[in-house]
Design a protein around this ligand. Structure first.
Ligand code: AMP
Length: 631
């Protein structure tokens, strides 16, 4: 048995000893009595009785040995700023931020919603919440007010933290008016809004009595010291909302101790990042990758982390490689879409920089196509590791683990089950195991390992119903992804089993988009499917039936209606969910029992065979779809 296979086996069969060892990687204020309490399946409590704190592990414990080492380097090609914070400076900033938050009456267990651009204050705020034992919920800055309001109502934060504006490609996105609108829409709005005013929005107007100015409060609390609040290991650290098949996003709840251990261990065994080195993760703090590998993971490991605000192509397509070279990054983490963007640029940009510090590039979030994998591998001449995970798991499910044993990269595969995951590939709902080369659904036999979601925020029943009901009679976590395994044990991901699509690595429920489009007054019915896209992996495409056909009877009016529908999606969900096109039909393909033939619709849109149509109610619907696609 290879070293990695043995390591993985021990993590499952000798779980207590394995995770006791891994748990030594972090500081415990009070040691745990028991590795796992699994008395109430599928709810797992890791490191029972232990007390710890994420902020302490990310900052305080490094002060004695690496106080003067850069902890966080903020690079913005939007404002042309570069600012480095040592661990000691980060400690000061986070203490100050924690004092400001605490002065608003926020404490252990209270929620704080963050709607922030990629600025250092976003990381300070997250770490400050962790310090106080407050539960942060970061909402990606690209989401619209209505999406933000849904999350406010679910998390019911005491405080909301935002900035006047974000910047993208030189264009300002005014956050504060979006937040004002979200608060107007919310049933349970926060009492206070803390605003980091960057001076970008010249029309910025604070709401008297509600909005607080960060700069002013930072002066008042300049030298504040806030003691760490020690949390029980299974107390929540954060909530992060993610899309599913229903319109209502789910709050993925993460614990404290299990998460810290999983991250610390992954930094060593998977990412091979050493204390004192630099990690550059190109995600956003609004996504799970940003939580785990921009903020918490590298800091827990005593590394320097890069927080980058800007595009990969501005001022030119060499910017990321310049950052790697300037900061001697040893670990880089990005997404397939970003690499596909760079692949279209002149390769000379890459050759310009000394990238010899880099040991690995990790990619995740969506399928990595072989030509892109091959291209970046050949260009970098270091292993490019595709790895697979979900917001729910917080760290990888499938990966190579070069820290345990170097393994051959196989194009198109994210590798092997990560230690801690008892991964199954199941042929059907009866839970029968798929054989090699046979397609199956990827499932995890619980308990889920440390670091994974512990429940859906405020809704234990939804956690069980959503994730553990795919295989009747068997308690198994469904990833809702198809996979196939080859004879060497490499797993390949074949796409989702549900109606979730993946646009540039971001998960969007087609139902959510349909619900948003329904808000347009002239829509009778709509179907949204994900269609393969060479750059973004998938793009949503909408087929709509209108109530009043006179509004689409000319090319100009049809174009106008399409524009209006796209604007509705922008305002309800955000531009990331905007369909590439809205095509008008008078009939959608459905079964005789009224179920939408989504797979057929998607197949037609991708120019494939629509499959079994014996149950279709009216074949004329298909002709309409074909006609609309041709047009
Ligand atoms: P999210 O939670 O938004 O990151 O989305 C997770 C989903 O993205 C997974 O369930 C997969 O469908 C997809 N995904 C993530 N990483 C990969 C990967 N390396 N290869 C293929 N699909 C991936």
């Amino acid at each position: 048995m290879g070293a990695y296979a043995d390591f993985h086996r021990r993590s499952i069969t000798d779980r207590d000893a394995f995770w006791t060892e891994e748990a030594r990687r972090i500081d415990w204020h009070r040691p745990f009595d028991r590795v796992l309490d699994y008395s109430n399946p599928p709810f797992a409590k890791w490191f029972v009785g232990g007390q710890t704190n994420l902020c302490h592990n990310a900052i305080d414990r490094h002060l004695a040995t690496r106080g003067e080492q850069p902890a966080l380097v903020y690079i913005s090609t939007e404002t042309n700023t570069e600012k480095s914070y040592t661990y000691r400076e980060l400690h000061t900033e986070v203490n100050r931020f924690a004092a400001i938050i605490a002065a608003q009456g926020v404490g252990r267990g209270d929620r704080v919603l963050l709607y922030m651009p990629m600025i250092p204050e976003a990381a300070f705020a997250m770490l400050a919440c962790a310090r106080l034992g407050a539960v942060h919920s970061v909402v990606f800055g690209g989401f619209a007010s209505a999406s933000c309001a849904t999350r406010i109502d679910d998390a019911r934060p005491k405080l909301l933290i935002t900035a006047d504006a974000g910047l993208r490609g030189g264009r300002a996105i005014h956050y504060k008016p979006l937040v004002d609108e979200a608060i107007r829409l919310a049933k349970y709005p926060p009492q206070k809004v803390l605003v980091v005013n960057r001076g970008i929005d010249k029309d910025f107007k604070p709401v008297p009595g509600r909005d607080l100015d960060y700069a002013e409060l930072a002066r008042q609390h300049a030298t504040a010291q806030v003691p760490v609040t020690w949390l029980e290991s299974s107390e929540p650290s954060y909530i992060l909302y993610t899309s599913g098949t229903t319109g209502k996003p789910k709050g993925v709840q993460r614990d404290t101790g299990g998460y810290a251990v999983a991250l610390a261990s992954s930094m060593e065994h998977i990412y091979c990042g050493k204390p004192g080195e630099t990690m550059f993760t190109t995600s956003d703090v609004g996504w799970v990758v940003g939580h785990s590998y921009i903020v918490y993971g590298p800091l827990i490991q005593g590394m320097t982390t890069i927080l980058y605000e800007g595009l990969p192509t501005r001022p030119d397509a060499g910017i990321w490689w310049k950052i790697v070279a300037d900061h001697k990054a040893t670990v880089m983490f990005s997404s397939p879409t970003a690499i596909r963007v760079l692949k279209k640029q002149d390769p000379a940009y890459m050759a310009k920089y000394d990238l010899s510090s880099l040991r690995h590039l990790f990619l995740a979030g969506e399928p990595l196509d072989e030509p892109t994998h091959r291209w970046i591998h050949d260009a970098l001449k270091v292993p490019v590791i595709d790895h697979y995970w979900q917001t729910e798991t917080g760290w990888p499910i499938l990966s190579l683990a070069p820290g345990i044993e170097p393994a051959r990269v196989k194009y198109g595969s994210p590798g092997f089950p990560v230690y801690g995951y008892d991964l199954r590939l199941l042929r059907g709902p009866d839970g029968a195991e798929a054989t090699d080369q046979e397609k199956g659904v990827l499932a995890i036999a619980p308990p889920l390992p440390p670091g994974c979601m512990t429940t859906v925020w405020g809704d234990d029943e939804r956690f069980v119903k959503t994730y553990f009901s795919d295989f009747p009679g068997k308690l198994l976590y469904s990833t809702f992804d198809w996979g196939v395994r080859d004879q060497e044990g490499y797993t390949f991901i074949l796409g989702r089993t549900d109606d979730v699509i993946n646009v540039a690595g971001h998960r969007i429920g087609t139902r959510e988009i349909e619900e948003a489009i329904q808000a347009h007054s002239n829509i009778a019915e709509v179907a949204v499917v994900g269609v393969a896209d060479p750059l973004k992996g998938q793009m949503p495409l909408a087929f709509a039936v209108v109530k009043d056909a006179s509004k689409i009877d000319t090319d100009a009016s049809r174009a106008q209606q399409e524009k209006e529908i796209m604007a509705v999606v922008d305002s309800q969900l955000g531009a990331i969910a905007r369909p590439s096109r809205v095509l008008f039909v008078t009939l959608l393909p459905k079964t005789r029992s009224g179920k939408l033939l989504r797979r057929s619709l998607q197949a037609l849109a991708e120019g494939r065979d629509p499959g079994d149509l014996t149950t279709i109610e009216d074949p004329a619907a298909l002709e309409q779809i074909r006609g609309a696609l041709k047009s």
